[in-house]
Write a protein of this length. Structure first.
Length: 405
């Protein structure tokens, strides 16, 4: 097809579409006039479309009149039905407002340690001669755990005993002799006291060859073997008193003034799933860490059955009174350009009530608003609710039924 034919066809189609638009849309003439189209052109388009319409109308005048009458009758009935439907209350589902508590629970991760733990070291250097404890054994204070070689110390003790015996005999003989001066008697007595001190020192050095338990507890793994040469810095074994476990955890700054010594604590460990251990706050640090804005708390958890170990991780929980707020169903909270709100039902009418969300939980939302416990808020049917419109609560009896009863 030649280009002029395509152009002519496009003009015809465009003119037909423009005519149809003017005929179908009453305000099209005003739009064309604003666009600068002359009024004569607009009038000519309307006159051409009005002629066939008039012919069709004249041929079917009676039928059109009948249809108009039926339409008016139907419109009147429909208007009455529409008017009745407009006054009908919207069916909604409501939930009562309850009181909830915010910040009522603290959850933190803590690390446990024995109430008392001691690393046992020798009080003298020497060679391990005997080991008398095994790993996991319960020991008591003063029990001998291991011994060092003590041959030299035994000899020193025996020598001190001989020296003491000699000094005692000399002192006793000087007391019975009249020819001995008082000064010699005093020297003999001093020598006797020195011999007693030397014997005490020898016996102390001999006792220190025994490595004893300083506390009651459970022995860990013995770190030495027989024949090892040890010093006073050598670790022999670790003893833990785990009759109670101390759990250190860090609480956020906002709980700093709420936690007090003696407050109840719940602790659970992954080593004992499903089992909760109770304890009490034993100590509170005197300052808040400026880096993390947390405070160190120490809780004491009793361990009478010896099922907990030092070094375990604990999930610690504490309960507080907290602050009271209205609690609503999460479905009740709606949002618009001004913020959050709920639909409050009062006297079977809907009232838009602004709220501020304080805490959002899986099953409830704590809000700050002018709501009282027991107030009813809409949770379903929210799309049809309007301000001040009548509502009908699902499950509640109708007024007509109540009146008939």
């Amino acid at each position: 097809m030649r280009i002029w034919k395509q152009l002519l066809l496009s003009i015809v189609v465009l003119a037909a579409g423009l005519s149809l638009w003017v005929f179908m849309v009453p305000s099209a003439g005003e739009t064309l006039a604003k666009m600068g189209v002359p009024g004569e052109v607009i009038a000519a388009i309307r006159s051409e479309q009005a002629q066939p319409a008039a012919i069709g109308t004249a041929g079917n005048g009676n039928a059109a009149a009948r249809q108009q009458g039926q339409g008016q009758s139907g419109a009147g009935q429909g208007g009455q039905r529409g008017q009745g439907g407009g006054n009908r209350a919207t069916l909604v589902v409501v939930e009562p407002v309850v009181t909830g508590t915010v910040n009522d629970r603290l959850t933190a991760i803590g690390s446990g340690e024995a109430i008392q733990s001691v690393v046992v070291m020798p009080q003298a250097a020497g060679t391990i001669h005997e080991i008398m404890v095994s790993s996991g054994e319960k020991v008591v204070k003063g029990q001998v755990l291991a011994r060092l070689d003590d041959d030299e110390q035994i000899i020193e003790r025996d020598k001190a005993q001989v020296s003491l015996k000699s000094a005692q005999e000399k002192s006793a003989s000087y007391k019975n002799l009249q020819s001995v001066s008082r000064l010699d008697v005093l020297d003999a007595q001093i020598a006797e006291q020195a011999a007693k001190l030397a014997l005490s020192t020898a016996e102390l050095n001999l006792r220190r060859r025994d490595i004893v338990a300083p506390i009651d507890g459970i022995a860990g793994i013995v770190a030495v073997n027989i024949g090892d040469n040890v010093t006073t810095q050598t670790s022999i074994v670790t003893i833990d008193d785990r009759s109670a476990i101390l759990v250190d955890f860090w609480a956020p700054e906002r709980f700093a003034v709420a936690i007090e010594p003696g407050q109840a604590v719940e602790a659970s460990s992954i080593a004992r799933p499903g089992q909760v251990f109770t304890g009490k706050v034993e100590a509170i640090d005197n300052r808040v860490d400026p880096a993390s804005r947390t405070m160190r708390i120490r809780a004491r958890v009793e361990n009478p059955d010896d099922v907990l170990r030092a070094g375990m991780a604990f999930n610690v929980g504490m309960r507080f009174e907290g602050e009271k707020y209205p609690s609503v169903d999460p479905l009740a909270v709606q949002w618009d350009g001004e913020g959050s709100y709920v639909w409050l039902v009062q006297d079977n009418k809907s009232v838009k009530t602004r709220v501020r969300v304080v805490q959002r939980n899986p099953d409830a939302v704590l809000v700050e608003a002018g709501l009282n416990e027991g107030d009813r808020v809409v949770t379903e049917g929210l799309q049809r609710v309007r301000e001040g419109a009548p509502v009908r609560i699902f499950g509640a009896p109708d007024k007509a039924e109540v009146a008939s009863q």
